[in-house]
Design a protein. Sequence first.
Length: 441
Amino acid sequence: MKLAILGAGVSGLTLARTLAEGGFDPDDLTLFEAAPVPGGLCRSRTVEGFTYDVAGGHILYSKDAEVMDWMKAEAGGPSAFTSCERNTKIRFEDRWVHYPFENGLGDLPPQANFDCLSGYVQAWHERSVSNSTAPDDFGTWIQWRFGKGIAEHFMNPYNEKIWKRPLTEVSSDWVAGRVPDAPVEDVIRSAVGIRTEGYTHQSSFFYPLNGGFQAITDGMAGRVADRIRLNTLVESLQRTPSGWNVNGESFDLVVSTLPLDGLHSLMAEVPADITEAMQTLEFNGLVTYLVALDRPEQSDLSWIYLPHESQGPANRVTYMSNYSPNNAPEGKSSLLVEITYRGGAPVPAQSLEGETLKGLESAGLISRSEVLFADRAEVSHAYVVFDHGYNARREAIFRWMDEVDLIPLGRFGRYEYDNSDLCVSKARALAAGLLARAARG
Ligand SMILES: Cc1cc2nc3c(=O)[nH]c(=O)nc-3n(C[C@H](O)[C@H](O)[C@H](O)COP(=O)(O)OP(=O)(O)OC[C@H]3O[C@@H](n4cnc5c(N)ncnc54)[C@H](O)[C@@H]3O)c2cc1C
């Protein structure tokens, strides 16, 4: 069975690796990758001795220990990784607030602490008395779950920065398991100054010692290097009686990790309703800046959240040089700044750099005189946006893909909020299915 895998990010690479390991003839595998290097969203870049992850700070963490071990092994085994304790904070005016916010209320100025605590207790009380179910839009959900104070002081401004649209347009479906859910007693404790942890998920994580997060996908790619066609944009995908043509070349089967929202543009005969469903899937792009600093880093922060407008357009900053000593030259440090933009809109202009640095300075994170340089990267697809039509569109698209035997895989291939570990487990599960299918003939 001749198989084409579209995209050599972590999903495509894992699929190819696992198939080859499972006895699939490597000569029957072809990965098409538009970029000059494999890795997709896991890519990293090194500039003047400073290494950063182009799609924002990446950490290796998985609830699935076997998957995590496999990913480490791909990059040279456990000794090729550093282990870090997660230390995440919110920069609130000139203070550091423990993350998650509701477990850090005692770090707030007294009035904000009161607003947040009183709102949280009221919301909790109203939910208990009315026995209400979770509202289906994220904006209303925030107030229902956290109350007015936390909504206004943190959740609304932070989420508006990252999602770039009214929060009522975003569905609340995606929050389960992603937005921490603190018991009311813990929130009261934290408001009066008794420390509560709140969020033990990812309390420690791993990061490659050298080469940034891309070291993981480099390891995978090295094992299937001769099957990857780099600098090869997939421009056409044509159904044939026996399978598919990719850029005019014939294959029995295609697995696509390409963004689902643009797939219709590669194919001639997509039904109009499916084209529309694809075109209206929503996403956000990302601009990142690596800010190289002429000073050692004194904190042990992992990453921080910036909710205020006065802190500039960035929503999150990763302390890249704290992840691995090799991420910055001796005596220097680096911050990686993330700024989202609405998917499909023009990429923010170069002037964003000035606004971003000004915001970091007013947040008290840097002084302009310490900045050696800023390096910019752009990612067209960073976040899936779960708007209200998301589920119906996706189901219709997958039904049609199933009919034409075109297999979707990956974060944007399936339009799922998956980190690399989940991409790995889904690709491995698909590989098992394809091996069984190949064996059936
Ligand atoms: C801000 C941010 C932070 C994240 N943090 C973490 C984290 O801490 N830990 C973690 O594990 N994960 C994290 N992730 C998620 C992780 O990056 C993704 O889950 C993973 O990289 C997705 O891999 P993929 O192979 O599914 O997709 P992609 O990496 O998007 O791969 C798709 C590939 O297809 C190629 N392609 C696209 N169009 C074409 C075409 N027409 N022809 C040929 N090739 C094409 C692309 O160049 C790309 O290489 C984060 C993501 C973001 C955006």
